[in-house]
Design a protein around this ligand. Structure first.
Ligand code: AMP
Ligand code: MG
Length: 597
């Protein structure tokens, strides 16, 4: 059996970011920009008015008020879209509309409401003069040329995911086309003699093929283009025919035919078109999963197409799609954030884990009392597709646990949230790693002090191989543990500690499920094996080599510069280390930034 992470890693290692294409901007929603977009113009192109009012010279309004208006001669009018033909000289004003270019000589705009225009109109007085009822500062209601974007600015960077606002910015730059990573085409094939298409009449012993539709909709949702191959029968010839119709796609997704009973056919067929491997993934639902690489000829070149064989049960196929196909599609599209956004929630029902697999439980997440709560949607059978229609989240029961009890904190993948949101909700954990005696603890202390000074709520996490100090033999708390309690909580007027007996050394992910969501960040010492961002403390005196590989590290804090391609921070400059952590991992968290001390 392989873990969900291992399976995902294997899948991702076989898919590549696709090539860029030039397209009309309106077709690019959700795609990744493949060029740096610079502006060739100023936006706005000229100084212009932010209000309907009168363009004038601020000095002419000195001392103006409701009881003592300053009167100016109106020399013209300018509307949005036209250019002013006159200039504003001392003692004059030009009536101006929002967006209209500011006339020469004017340096402020006073809105209609601060003039006597309405009064004049109602009493049919002459409009060739206007009374100004307030004193204007220079620049009042003036939008400066290039205030939003200046000519030559880098406006959108390569890698940016295009949302409606980016598409709007492209339009404002006058770009009708843009270079983006192209969308993957995903061929979809359902297999099974029992399946019929929705356009046919239901016959005895048959069921409608729902997987094709669920998967196609998922492909579309994540930005791919579905190519429906139809229903393959459980025969070699039928499958070969169907699969050959999808060889021009970027990925093939089949459903069904991977469980013990009938996988031989799928296996034989797929093996004929490439390599195929059957995995037992440590998850529920969705244990059997096939993964293959098809080799095909394209423009006289051999090209590889990944094939993901999902289980047939509708819920299993959807959950395995979410865990494996979705990230593969996102990677092909050039996206960087592949993880489904997850939150921590209080589970409201017990769930038992009988066979040590990771269970994905369909839940309804609600928020009340400042906390997320997750309750089961009802029966969890892997054929019950309505459990997915009721759900907005997948609660994760770790493979290492025997289950959870109502009230426990668990992690929930939010099905409807966009991937980019993931980084906002997840409590950031940064591990400080390093060789023994390199100064990890000192750096931890310095960082804790620095982040507290910056206004963050910090939790520190320490892995202690040698046991936990507060658990002193002879103490009452120790006695309760000895008597067999599964956990002991000790509270005093100003502190709470708890000691829970474990059957294995917890991973950071597991520990995170019991850390309060109130913190802004967790600084962990050690936990080299974890996947959290890591900063290594390096001391020249301990040799030039590092404990972790370059790929594992976000930065090195060192007392002697190293000849490696990785961010290096000087030992002793805690402010710079905190800046680095803030910039790299905390920016999206709460927008805290630096607080003045
Ligand atoms: P299989 O993995 O082929 O053994 O299928 C497992 C279960 O999922 C069986 O009950 C199938 O009838 C059902 N199933 C397989 N493919 C589909 C499909 N495309 N739509 C709905 N149910 C399916
Ligand atoms: Mg089948």
């Amino acid at each position: 059996m392989i873990s969900v992470e291992e399976a995902l890693e294997k899948v991702l290692s076989c898919v590549e970011v696709l090539e860029p294409e030039q397209k009309p901007i309106l077709d690019c929603l959700g795609q990744v920009l493949a060029e740096d977009v610079y502006s060739t113009i100023d936006i706005p192109p000229l100084d212009n008015s932010a209000m309907d009012g009168y363009a004038l010279r601020a000095e002419d309004t000195r001392g103006a008020s409701g009881s003592s208006p300053k009167y100016l001669i109106v020399v013209g009018e300018v509307a949005a879209g036209s250019m002013p033909t006159k200039e504003v000289r001392l003692g004059t004003a030009i009536r101006i509309m929002t967006g209209a270019p500011l006339p020469e000589g004017a340096d402020a705009v006073v809105q209609f409401e601060d003039t006597d225009e309405v009064n004049r109109k109602s009493s049919r007085r002459d409009l060739s003069q206007i009374g100004i009822l307030c004193q204007a500062e220079k620049g009042l209601n003036v939008r400066g040329r290039g205030e939003d974007i200046a000519r030559g600015d880098l406006v959108l960077k390569e890698g940016k995911v295009l949302r409606p606002q980016e598409i709007g910015v492209l339009a404002s730059l006058g770009r009708s086309n843009v270079l983006v990573i192209r969308r993957p085409t995903v061929a979809i094939l359902a297999t099974g003699d029992e399946l019929i298409d929705v356009n046919q009449l239901l016959a005895p012993g048959k069921i409608y093929d729902s997987n094709t539709y669920t998967i196609a909709a998922e492909v579309t949702r994540y930005g791919g283009i579905p190519k429906i191959l139809g229903i393959g029968r459980d025969s070699v010839q039928s499958l070969i025919e169907k699969i050959d119709g999808g060889l021009d796609a970027d990925m093939l997704i089949t459903s069904g035919g991977v469980s013990k009973g009938d996988y031989d056919i799928v296996k034989d067929v797929l093996a004929e078109r490439g390599e195929i491997d059957f995995w037992t993934v440590c998850m529920k639902p969705g244990k059997p999963l096939a993964f293959g690489i098809m080799t095909k000829m394209e423009r006289e070149k051999k090209r590889k197409m990944p094939h993901l064989g999902l289980p047939g049960n509708p819920v299993s196929s959807m959950i395995t799609f979410e865990q494996f196909a979705r990230p593969a599609i996102l990677k092909m599209m050039g996206k960087k954030t592949l993880a489904k956004p997850a939150i921590r929630a209080i589970i409201e029902d017990d769930v038992v884990n009988t066979d040590g697999r990771r269970i994905f439980v369909r839940v309804v997440v609600t928020r009340h009392g400042g906390q997320y709560h997750a309750s089961l949607t009802g029966p969890q059978g892997s054929g019950i597709l309505t459990s997915m229609t009721k759900a907005n989240g997948l609660a994760i029961i770790p493979e290492s646990s025997k289950g959870v009890k109502a009230g426990d904190m668990i992690e929930v993948q939010m099905l409807e949230w966009g991937e980019e949101q993931g980084e906002i909700e997840r409590l950031p954990v940064i591990s400080i790693v390093g060789k023994s005696q390199s100064g990890k603890t000192v750096l931890m202390e310095q960082l804790i002090t620095e982040f507290k000074r910056r206004g963050y709520k910090v939790a520190a996490l320490k892995h202690s191989r040698g046991g936990i100090e507060i658990d002193h033999p002879g103490k009452d708390s120790w006695k309760f543990g000895q008597a067999g309690s599964d956990a002991v909580y000790i509270s005093s007027p100003d502190k709470l500690a708890f000691i829970k007996n474990l059957d294995h050394d917890l991973s950071i992910d597991e520990i995170m499920t019991i850390i309060d969501p109130e913190f802004d960040l967790v600084l962990a010492e050690g936990f080299r094996e974890s996947k959290t961002p890591k900063i290594e403390v390096h001391r020249k005196a301990f040799g030039d080599d590092l404990l972790c590989s370059r790929e594992e590290l976000s930065a090195v804090v060192t007392d002697a510069p190293l000849d490696i391609d990785i961010a290096q921070l000087s030992w002793g400059d805690t402010g710079a280390v905190a800046d680095f952590i803030e910039k790299s991992f905390l920016r999206a968290v709460k927008g805290k930034g630096k607080c003045s001390p």
